[in-house]
Design a protein around this ligand. Structure first.
Ligand code: ADP
Length: 531
């Protein structure tokens, strides 16, 4: 009862008489009709898969010598003698010896472990596929080629991968055959592929999104599918016994097709294989979709940068001339007009300046993203630059009601791009005035070893820790547009400039308690790499 309920087959072998006795289940596992009782050792051995036969014979020989202790335990494949099915068996046995150390009896069991082996192989296949798909492959054909190779090293003899084109037709991107020499034959089949108009079972699979299983690809079916006698010849050469056509689907749409074929008569595909192939196909589909989205996003970013660059150039020209015109008008005003129109004209010019600054920021962004930000390093003194910039911005600070404390005791010299550093300082100081809540701002310039430092500290609104890193990215802001104007580009540009000089910029801040931005620059003699 135990043996029957555990679905175990048993065998009993007498080595000296070479007589074998198997029970009905054991015969079934070797693909023999259960009623057949001419149990012969040789018959059973011939049912063992050719690739495993040597290993089985070796294990039997070893079990039959006393040194082995008579133990016998192994897993191997059989190809059913009558039903031609492939099975995985686990066999356990024990040999017994007489006093002369001659084997007298060898008995054991066989258990069908095909399901377990298939499940293990499926997990291996899918995890290997996931590994391949997580690599940064940029071209769909690279992905498909590698997955096709993986499929033929596992459960199929050959594999054809295609993608669906805009016109609904299929374009082949990869093929693989377990026997590489047959890949030319496989390539041949493309000539007979369906056109977009053609009524082909493959296109039907794509359209319906339902996988198709041909577990027995009989000669008659081959004839029916063949487009021409030539096509039939190629099919016969490839000799598929069983086929699966599986759509690659993502977000309810078929974006590709995977054809898997088995040329081994004992390994015909079944529903479980279809489920595995579908899982594989959907993972491939997600990877292909990701590549497409990534490329689209890259293109969109490219277009945005291009637009930014053209728009900022185009807008800058009229702005420059507008400013010139205003200045000419101001110069030609007589004293009476000076007092009535003058202040308004000044206000207009200030707005034009503001617009120019914004335009320049946009131009810088496009320069940075196209790699055209050039630096012109000169020998200069950071303390002096800071002093000059502070002087120039004194009006801005008094409008913001911020006092400024500056310490920069000695000349701190280095080779930096003075105009670009000026731009960074203006940005940090403007931010300190803008977000400093009218409290004092402290600016320090100092050096340590081979590095020069400039810090700007304010007692203003501060920055939440979660925002700190992202503020150095393009268009990132941590304040509402209603309260504070700005494009969110200043810190991004500053960071790019400072990094191009071989330096760094960082911030320490606490919400409500102010922020300290610090520039670190390699001081003196360093020729910063231009960008
Ligand atoms: P913008 O000031 O135009 O928004 P920036 O790139 O200069 O652009 O600054 C990005 C964001 O960083 C600001 O929107 C603000 O949220 C934050 N920020 C910058 N400097 C300070 C500062 N001194 N105190 C508080 N927040 C700041």
């Amino acid at each position: 009862m135990a043996i029957t309920s555990a679905a175990i087959g048993t065998w009993d072998y007498n080595p000296s008489r070479q007589a074998l006795q198997c029970d009905a289940h054991c015969r079934r596992l070797f693909g023999l009709p259960p009623e057949l009782d001419e149990d012969q050792h040789g018959v059973f051995i011939s049912a063992v898969h050719p690739e495993d036969r040597e290993q089985v014979l070796r294990a039997i020989r070893w079990a039959l010598v006393p040194e082995s202790g008579g133990h016998y335990s192994l897993e191997y494949r059989t190809i059913g003698l009558h039903d031609r099915r492939e099975r995985w068996l686990s066999s356990q046995g024990r040999a017994y010896f007489d006093d002369a150390k001659q084997p007298v009896r060898f008995i054991g069991t066989v258990l069908d472990i095909t399901q377990r082996k298939r499940a293990e192989a499926s997990i291996r296949l899918l995890s290997e596929a996931s590994r391949i798909l997580s690599e940064q492959l940029e071209k769909p054909e690279d992905i498909l080629r590698r997955v096709a190779r993986l499929a033929v090293s596992s459960f199929s003899t050959y594999c054809i991968m295609s993608v669906v084109q805009e016109d609904g037709g299929l374009r082949r991107l990869a093929i693989a055959h377990r026997d590489v020499e047959k890949e030319d034959d496989l390539r041949e089949t493309e000539r007979f592929g369906p056109g977009p108009e053609g009524k082909s079972p493959l296109l039907e699979v794509v359209r319906s999104g339902t996988a198709m299983l041909v577990s027995d690809f009989s000669p008659e079916l081959r004839r029916r599918y063949a487009m021409s006698p030539e096509h039939l010849d190629v099919m016969n050469m490839l000799d598929a016994q069983s086929l699966m056509n599986v759509p690659m689907r993502v977000r309810g749409k078929s974006i590709g097709l995977m054809i898997l074929a088995s040329a081994a008569p004992q390994r015909r595909f079944d529903k479980e294989d279809v489920a595995l192939a579908q899982e594989l196909a959907s993972r491939v589909a997600v990877a292909l979709e990701n590549i497409r989205l990534y490329q689209e996003a890259r293109q969109a970013v490219g277009l945005r940068d291009e637009f930014l660059s053209i728009a900022s150039h185009e807008l800058k020209t009229p702005l420059t001339s507008l400013k010139l015109q205003h200045e000419l008008i101001r110069r030609s005003l007589n004293t009476e007009c000076q007092s009535s129109v003058g202040p308004r004209l000044d206000a207009a010019i200030r707005q034009i300046d503001r617009l120019s600054t914004l335009m320049n920021s946009l131009l810088d962004v496009s320069r940075i993203s196209s790699g055209h930000l050039r630096l012109e390093p000169v020998d200069m003194d950071l303390t002096q630059l800071a002093r000059e910039v502070l002087e120039r911005l004194s009006e801005m600070f008094s409008q913001a009601a911020c006092s400024v404390v500056f310490t920069g005791p000695e000349p701190i010299r280095g080779r930096w791009d003075a105009l670009r550093l000026d731009q960074v300082l203006v940005n940090l100081l403007s931010n300190a005035a803008k977000y400093g809540a009218g409290r004092p701002v402290v600016v320090n310039v100092y050096s340590r070893g081979t590095q020069a430092f400039l810090s700007v500290r304010d007692d203003g609104i501060g920055i939440a820790p979660k925002d700190v890193l992202r503020l150095f990215n393009r268009f990132e802001r941590a304040v509402s547009e209603r309260h504070y104007g700005g494009l969110g580009l200043g810190l991004y540009i500053s960071k790019q400039i400072i990094e191009a000089m071989g330096g760094d910029i960082h911030v320490e801040s606490e919400p409500g308690r102010g922020s300290t931005f610090t520039l670190v620059l390699p001081s003196s003699s360093l020729d910063a790499p231009g960008r």
